[in-house]
Structures are given as C-alpha cells and as structure tokens.
Design a protein around this ligand. Structure first.
Ligand code: ADP
Ligand code: MG
Length: 715
C-alpha cells in the first residue's frame, strides 16, 4: 500500500468557517480524516420509522410527522416557543412541541402549514402529548426516511450532530484508502475478524431492525464490528509498546559498572543481611546498569519487603561510576525519611546528598541546586520538586521513583521530558500490577519482584471494631503504650475538605492527650477500664503529624516518635506510604470504612516491623455501605498485597491504578481492560506476528491509530 500524505482539516479548509470546524474537531481529538472515520458513535437513534402522530404515546421515544397548526411564544411559566402539530390525516390528534431555548430560525421553520418531522421523548403535557426540545426538520409528503440507524457521536459545544455526521460521511466517502485494510488477510482470518471497512461502515450506519441479540451486542460493544475496532486499538497499543521498547534498546545510556567500593561499605554498615530476594533483585538491577541501554525496571515488593536498601545499592553503583542519582518520592514525609535513612547509612562514606522539596526555604534550595549543578552532590533526594524548573543534574545517570503508581500519567510524562531518556530508571511500587495492566500499559517495563519478607516480621493481627466501643480501644492502647509499645492513630480521611481533616486531627490529638494525660488515672478508675486501678498511671506523650505542618516540625515529631519519646502518634494519611518506625506495633485507623484498600494495606504495613507482636484496629462507623463492607472484609481476611491489589482492581477498576483520571486522558477509547482480556492477549500475539511478517503493515496500522496520541501510550 502506498504511503500517502494526509491533508489535515486545517490545511484543507481555507475559509474562516472551515477553520473553526477544524478547531472544534481538534477539541474532540480529530486532527485528520483518519481520526474522523475512527470517531465512533456513542449510541444510535432509529429514524427509519414513522409513528402516526395519533399514536405518539407518552413514555416512548418516537419519530412522527405533523402539520403546524399554530406556533407562538408563551411567557408562562417562562419564555418558550410552543408549536402545535396536527396529524395530517386525523385532524383531532395533536402533539405539542415545546422549546425553552430557541432562535428566530426555529420560529421561521415552524411556519403554519409546514410539514414537520420530529424525533424525541413523548410525555404527558397539560394539553395532551408533548415533546420538549425535539429534533425536527421541515419535510414534504415524499421526503424519504433514512434507511440506516442514525449515529450519535461524542461531541463538543458548538459542534452539532448534523455537522459531525456530515463530516464523517464525507470522510468515509472521500477516499477509499481511509478504510482500506492494512492488516494481512491471514492474520484477520485466523482470528475471525471483520474487515476494517465493513466494521467502520457498520458502526457509523448500522442497518435498522437488527435482531434483539445483535442490537444488544451493538449497544454493549461486543458486536463483531466493535470487536474488530477494539482489536485494532489494542494492536496499535501493543505495537507502540514494542516500538518503544525497541527504540529504547537502540538508545545509549551510561555504562554504570561501579567499583563496588560504596556498595560494599553500605552492606557493612547496615545492621542486617540482604534476603535472597533482595540479593537476586539487586543482581538484576546491577546487570541492567552495566549494559549501556537505558534501564526501565519496576521493582515490585509488598509493603515492608525492603525496597529502599535495594534502591540505595543501585544508587551507589551509579555514584561509584561517577554519575548523579535522583531519588524521588510522592510525599514530603516519605522523601524526607529516605533522606534521613540514606544520610545515616552513608555518613562517613563520602557521598554528599542534596535534599529538595517544595517547601524548602529559598536559601537552602539555592544551596542544594548549586551543589547538584557543580556536581559536588551526587545524590538528590526529594519530592517531584526534583524535576521542576531550575533543577540541573548535569551527570544524571539513574532516576529512582518510589511508589511510582502514586504519580499520574502527566507527571510521568514530565519526567520523560526532563531529558531523562538517557538515564536509567528504577521505579518502585508496593502495589502489584494487575495482569491486564501488566500486558498493556506496563508491558514495556522489566519487572523485578521482592517475593520474600525480611526475617523477623510478625503477622499483624487485624480487628474490626465498631466506633461504639472506642473507649475500650483507647484504654487498650494506653495499656499497651505503658508496657513500652508505640501506636499510630490515624485520623479519618475527609476527602472533601483538607481543612476539616486538619480540625479532626487536632481534635483527636486533644482528646487522646486528655485521655493519656497525668490525670488519666482517676478517669481510668471511674470507667473501670484500667485493671491497675488505684495506681498512679504514667502519662503517655501524644504527638501529631499532618500535611499542613512545616517540614522541620514534621521531621522533629517523626524523630521523637522514632526515638520513643512519643508514645501515640496521631496522624493524617501523611504516614500512609513508606514510613518506618520498627518499634511501633499498634495501628488504629478511625473511620476505616472511608479508606481505600490500597491505603488500608499501606497503613497496616506501618506496623509488624519489629520484634513485638503487632495489631491493627479498624474502627468503623455503622451502618456500612456495601463497598465499605467488601473492603473491610478483604483487609480483615488477607495480608497478602497481591490478593489485596487484585480485589482492589475488581472493586475500583483500572483507571485509578494508572492515575489516568488525574491527567484526564482517555487511555483506551474503545477497549475495556477488564472485559476485553481475551482481545488483549490476541492483540499481543498479533503484534509479534505482524512485526515479523509485515513491518510495513505494522507501521501503517500505528499511524492510522495513534497519529498524535503516541506520547501518552509511552508514559
Ligand atoms: P518497603 O519495601 O516497604 O519500602 P523498607 O525498604 O522501608 O520497605 O524496609 C522496611 C524495613 O525493613 C526497614 O526498616 C528496613 O531497614 C528493614 N529491612 C530491609 N531489608 C531487611 C533485611 N534483609 N533484613 C532485615 N530488615 C530489613
Ligand atoms: Mg518504601
């Protein structure tokens, strides 16, 4: 097939009107005629039949015709155009048309005596059947009816269905190449797929009076015509992923051989031995770094599996090789903790670390930037502030992204634009990728899995407790803390209002401070919940961390907790990811029903890290919604991160996994990651087949489907 250059709509339409149509089309993602033929209907209307006006009953969607008997503007209850249609044969049957927004052109078209064809939902009006805002047109007795279902397309303000339909029709008719088959006949035949042309012509203009089964399949997008389109879309995605992978293999990245000096020093300084899984994964990463091809590896490991030390070893190999490393975490508190941990691990081995976060004072920021720019600092740790304007890492060799699923697609794109393509990338996540995502959006990554927990982890016992029994939990936590344990107490999540969440945190802190304060002994006596009644009870220090605190206050509180000076730490979800205080063995989560599964799993993962037996108490408020019940049941029954992620995907869908909603990007327009698993597999095999047998066809297919969308697929 020839490779013909395509005129864009902008070039084609010279006039001002043409240009504005092109702008509107661009808003719905249509840049070329190719995109227009792939702009597929949301649903259909049946305009192929006429119901006699006398039989237009309320509750039905109908198309009917009548002659205008009267038209006028009425003002009660508000300004509206009202038109009375009469059945041409049966003069006693009428239908009222009502328009609350209208133009002079409406009035002109609905002239008395004109024959009008209308389509809409009939309802019972005060004066008999009526349709509000019907679609209508002026017709004559012999105006033919369409012989196909009428498509309704996704559109944008100012772009009418009529204009869009005509544009699609024109694009379909203009050039047979738009719908020509680019895939080899054998590939299609083996999978029983419709031809591209047949599928498109069917979907843009299906025949009327389909069988009930066919109509249902059309509506639910399981019809063979849809199957072909979804297959094509998934095939394009697979081809794009493979092309990306190939392009990566052709790119050069620094060869980070390392000397072993720093990594050895680190291994000597840490108070534990690597697990077998850590050893293995560290080998995999070390090997990637020596290859001179940009690494893109995802390190997957459940909460607490020990990803940080592996990241640190990778970083040191890069630094030994004379390169800089950027280590990015999604929250300030987590980034800071990494900073402190690495600072302590690396103090004395001669690696200068620069700390960068959004809330850093200007002077400190300038100093950090200077030391990175001059190369004095070889290790940058921080939040996404690391990849903002003005940050120069002239010798960047490796970027490490912790909790990568917390970053949205847009942020991942920004990262790529940061000239990161020549650096190695290590992404880390405690959230296992569900299979369909692993086959699609993440198919380009290499994956290492930490499938072994460090020794000495204790199983966390989980209890579900109603808020009504909160007092008992307060007493029980107090008792635990007096025996030397430490507790997190997580505030209710209030998604709608950060301010309210803060107030709640402050109130909870006050409440617990009172409960665990010096005068608590007497109170404990009265309620009879403390078994050591009568004895003087030592007060327990209660701390508070939340997102609005200044970083140094936050750090001071976390330090005090890590040192054991604070017994109970009241926290908002700022501690959700990654925080590590081994002595803490009690986790109380208030209003656990408001949290997502991944969040609950992460929170619970904050305990069970030390020698003490750990408990997690999920306080919930009755009555629970069905989803909340489902979630709490999952978290109660399992501690396995993989199983929890699987359940989470079932409950929430894949969009949130990808962070796609944040970025507002439709990642797949037609295929559905959950429902079309089989098609994904077919597309994956077909992509391999096509690249081997007919790379030119693969190129044409990619161009047809992705055109300008390529960037997002690769994010
Ligand atoms: P995550 O994978 O959730 O990021 P971390 O890297 O924070 O886990 O590790 C959790 C805790 O386990 C830390 O205190 C870390 O120092 C400790 N740890 C990591 N590896 C080992 C090991 N092999 N043996 C004992 N403790 C370890
Ligand atoms: Mg971590």
């Amino acid at each position: 097939m020839s490779d013909r250059p395509t005129a864009t709509h902008k070039e084609a339409g010279g006039s001002a009107r043409g240009a504005s149509l092109a702008d509107k089309l661009e808003r719905i993602g249509v840049l070329r005629d190719e995109d227009l033929v792939l702009h597929l209907p949301l649903r259909y209307e049946d305009h192929t039949r006429l119901v006699p006006l006398a039989r237009a009953r309320s509750g039905a969607t109908v198309q009917t015709e009548g002659v205008v008997a009267n038209v006028d503007i009425q003002y009660r209850p508000r300004r509206q155009l009202v038109c009375l249609l009469r059945d041409a044969e049966r003069g006693d049957a009428t239908l009222t048309l009502r328009f609350f927004s209208f133009y002079p052109s409406h009035q002109k078209a609905l002239a008395q005596g004109a024959r009008i064809r209308v389509y809409g939902d009939v309802r019972d009006g005060y004066f008999g059947p009526e349709i509000v805002h019907p679609q209508f047109r002026v017709v004559y007795e012999d105006t033919p009816l369409p012989d196909r279902l009428t498509p309704v397309y996704p559109t944008t303000a100012g772009l009418s269905q009529d204009v869009l339909r005509k544009a699609v029709e024109r694009a379909l008719a203009a050039d047979a190449a738009r719908t020509a088959e680019v895939l080899p006949a054998g590939l299609l035949r083996r999978r029983d797929l419709w031809s591209f042309d047949d599928a498109l012509r069917f979907l843009h203009a299906p025949p009327p009076r389909l069988s009930a089964a066919a109509q249902k399949a059309l509506d639910e997008r399981t019809h063979p015509a849809w199957t072909r389109i979804k297959f094509d879309e998934l095939l394009a995605q697979q081809l794009s992923l493979k092309a990306h992978r190939k392009a990566r293999a052709a790119r050069r990245a620094p060869v980070l051989t390392g000397t072993g000096a720093l990594t050895r020093a680190l291994l000597e300084r840490i108070p534990f031995r690597l697990t077998h899984a850590q050893e293995r994964v560290w080998q995999e990463i070390g090997h990637d770094l020596r290859r001179g091809i940009p690494m893109q590896r995802l390190l997957q490991g459940d909460v607490g599996s020990g990803k940080t030390i592996v990241a640190a070893l990778a970083a040191l190999q890069a630094i030994e090789s004379g390169k800089q490393v950027a280590f990015m975490a999604p929250t300030e508190i987590l980034a800071e903790q990494h900073y402190r941990k690495l600072q302590s691990w690396l103090s004395g081995v001669g690696v200068e670390i620069a700390w960068l976060s959004g809330s850093l004072p200007a002077k400190a920021r300038r100093k950090a930037l200077e030391s990175l720019e001059s190369g004095a600092a070889s290790f940058a740790i921080g939040t996404h502030a690391l990849f903002q304007e003005g940050v120069a890492l002239p010798r960047l060799g490796l970027a490490i992204i912790d909790e990568q699923h917390r970053f949205g697609v847009a942020q991942r794109l920004a990262l790529r634009d940061k000239g990161m393509t020549e650096a190695h990338q290590l992404m880390m996540s405690a959230t296992p990728i569900p299979r369909t995502l692993a086959m699609t959006f993440y198919a380009d990554l290499d994956v290492s899995v930490l499938d072994e927990m460090p020794p000495g982890r204790t199983l966390v016992s989980t209890r579900l407790v109603s808020q009504k029994r909160r007092a008992e939990i307060v007493a029980w936590v107090g008792k635990g803390c007096r025996e030397g344990r430490q507790a997190y107490w997580v505030c209710p999540l209030i998604e709608e209002s950060e301010k309210l969440e803060l107030q709640t945190a402050v109130a909870l802190h006050a409440e617990l401070t009172r409960a665990f304060g010096p005068r608590q002994a007497a109170a404990a006596d009265e309620s009879g919940t403390d078994s050591v009644s009568g004895c003087a009870v030592a007060p327990i220090a209660v701390g508070l961390v939340h997102g609005r605190m200044k970083p140094d206050e936050k750090a001071a509180t976390m330090d005090a907790f890590a040192r054991g000076d604070i017994g109970v730490l009241v926290a908002t979800t700022v501690i959700e990811v990654g925080v590590d205080v081994p002595n803490a063995s009690i986790m109380v989560i208030e209003h656990a029903e408001r949290f997502g599964l991944a969040q609950l799993h992460q929170l619970r993962g904050r305990v069970g890290r030390g020698a003490a037996e750990s408990s997690c108490v999920l306080l919930f408020e009755d009555p629970l919604t069905d989803t909340a019940k489902q979630r709490l049941k999952v978290i109660y029954e399992t501690t396995d991160g993989f199983e929890i992620a699987r359940q989470d995907l079932l409950i929430r869908g894949p969009g949130e996994f990808l962070g796609a909603r944040q970025a507002g990007v439709p990642l797949l327009r037609f295929a559905d990651l959950e429902r079309d698993v089989e098609l994904i597999e077919q597309a994956r095999d077909a992509a391999d087949e096509l690249l081997k047998s007919d790379p030119e066809a693969a190129r044409l297919h990619l161009d047809r489907w992705l055109g300008s969308r390529q960037a997002f697929i690769k994010a």
